[in-house]
Structure formats: structure tokens, C-alpha cells
Design a protein around this ligand. Structure first.
Ligand SMILES: *Cc1c(COP(=O)(O)O)cnc(C)c1O
Length: 220
């Protein structure tokens, strides 16, 4: 499993270079290591190599491996980066430290209820469907700023940032730029954007969090 550690070190080196290239302070960008589909034995060496922030896209899968991993490393930070069903809100609030995929009223309401009930407050980001793709999760970009505001006023939720997954077949640059603009309009300073194929570009566009899986762990 030294492969994943090598992958981790290479990605960290490239993020640092991209920060310098973009004139951003060193450490401005947090690497979210996306460990979906990989088991605890594959993930553990990456934790032991110093990585603390991880992303998973399914609540059920995350529940099967992270409670045990978190026991050994209490400072782990776990991001939910996949779509959230309202019947999983309870488990998501209990397990995750950051939920990046708030994208509709029903989920906002369900999260607010669970956060009050459990007295546990994961950070929340709103997912924006920057390409307005019909099959993709996320709020339409034209509604994003108003939705962030409604999360605050109607549900009492603090939204900390925005997240996007650009269309596969398009240059991601304009999507990153759009997300950055929407975050500015909404008064948010966290931007989760950039994956294995485009995280250096995302750093240039102001990403504060990049979600990188296969460049660290290998093909899924
Ligand atoms: C899987 C996934 C990633 C990581 O993708 P890679 O191309 O493997 O880096 C990032 N974000 C989300 C939302 C994902 O589901």
C-alpha cells in the first residue's frame, strides 16, 4: 500500500506548487483525500503518513469503515461529498464533520432537525450544479445565492462554502470561476472544487478544498 502514500505525497507536492504558481499562501488549500471504494487497510497507511481530511460519497459505505478509523485518530476530518437522501440525514450528521452536498430545501430542513436533535454541527456547503445538467445533483447556479440565504433564514443553518462537480466533457475553468463568483456574492469563503484531473487548475481559480481520489489511491 505504499502506492497510495506515494500518490499522496505527489498530490501534496503539486498542490504546493500550484499555490505558489497562483501567488496564494502555502497551506491555503486543504486536500480532501477521496477514499470511496477503498477499504480501511488501504486508507490506514495514508492516515499514518499524516493525511487527516478524507471524503466519502456514500453514507452507508462510510459507516462501515470510518467509526473504527476515527477511534485511532480523533483528529480525522470526514467530508460527505456524495448526494444525501433525507432518510440518511441522521447518520450523516452523526458521522461527518463536513457535509458538502446540501442542495435542496428538504435536505436543509432534515439537517437542521438532526443537528438540533443531536447537538452536533457539521460544517455545511451547498452543492451547485454549475453546468445545469439535468441528471446531476446540486442547486441551479441561478438559485444558489438565494438558497444559501434561505438555509440561514428559514432553517437557521450556517453555510460555510460552495462545492461543484463540473460537467465531464467541458473545460472546468469557467465552472470554477462561476463557483468562485457565486461564493463571493453569497459571502462565503470556502470553495470545494477540483478532482484528480483538474485540481491544480482549481487551485488557480481559488479552491480552498480539492477532492482528490484516484491520483492518490489509484483507479477505482
Ligand atoms: C469520486 C469523487 C471525487 C474524486 O474523484 P477523482 O477523479 O478520483 O479524484 C471528487 N468529488 C466527488 C464528488 C466524487 O464523487
Amino acid at each position: 500500500m505504499t502506492n497510495a502514500v506515494e500518490g499522496l505525497n505527489e498530490v501534496k507536492r503539486r498542490i504546493a506548487a500550484a499555490e505558489t504558481e497562483a501567488g496564494r499562501p502555502s497551506g491555503a488549500v486543504t486536500l480532501v483525500a477521496v477514499s470511496k471504494t477503498f477499504d480501511a487497510d488501504t486508507i490506514r497507511p495514508v492516515i499514518e503518513a499524516g493525511q487527516r481530511v478524507f471524503g466519502e460519497n456514500r453514507v452507508q459505505e462510510a459507516l462501515s469503515k470510518w467509526p473504527a478509523l476515527k477511534e485511532g485518530f480523533p483528529d480525522l476530518v470526514l467530508h460527505l461529498i456524495g448526494p444525501l437522501q433525507s432518510n440518511k440525514a441522521k447518520e450523516a450528521v452523526a458521522l461527518f464533520d463536513v457535509i458538502e452536498t446540501v442542495d435542496r430545501e428538504k435536505i436543509a430542513a432534515e439537517l437542521a432537525k438532526e443537528m438540533n436533535r443531536q447537538d452536533r454541527r457539521p460544517r455545511l456547503y451547498v452543492q451547485v450544479n454549475t453546468g445545469s445538467e439535468p441528471q446531476k445533483a446540486g442547486i441551479d447556479p441561478r438559485e444558489a445565492v438565494a438558497f444559501v440565504e434561505r438555509c440561514r433564514t428559514r432553517h437557521g443553518l450556517t453555510i460555510d462554502g460552495l462545492m461543484c462537480i463540473p460537467p465531464l466533457d467541458e473545460n472546468p475553468g469557467p465552472h470554477f470561476a462561476l463557483l468562485e463568483k457565486l461564493a463571493r456574492q453569497a459571502g462565503l469563503d470556502r470553495l470545494s472544487m477540483g478532482m484528480s484531473g483538474d485540481y491544480e487548475l482549481a487551485v488557480a481559480f481559488g479552491a480552498t478544498h480539492v477532492r482528490v481520489g484516484s491520483a492518490i489511491f489509484g483507479a477505482r
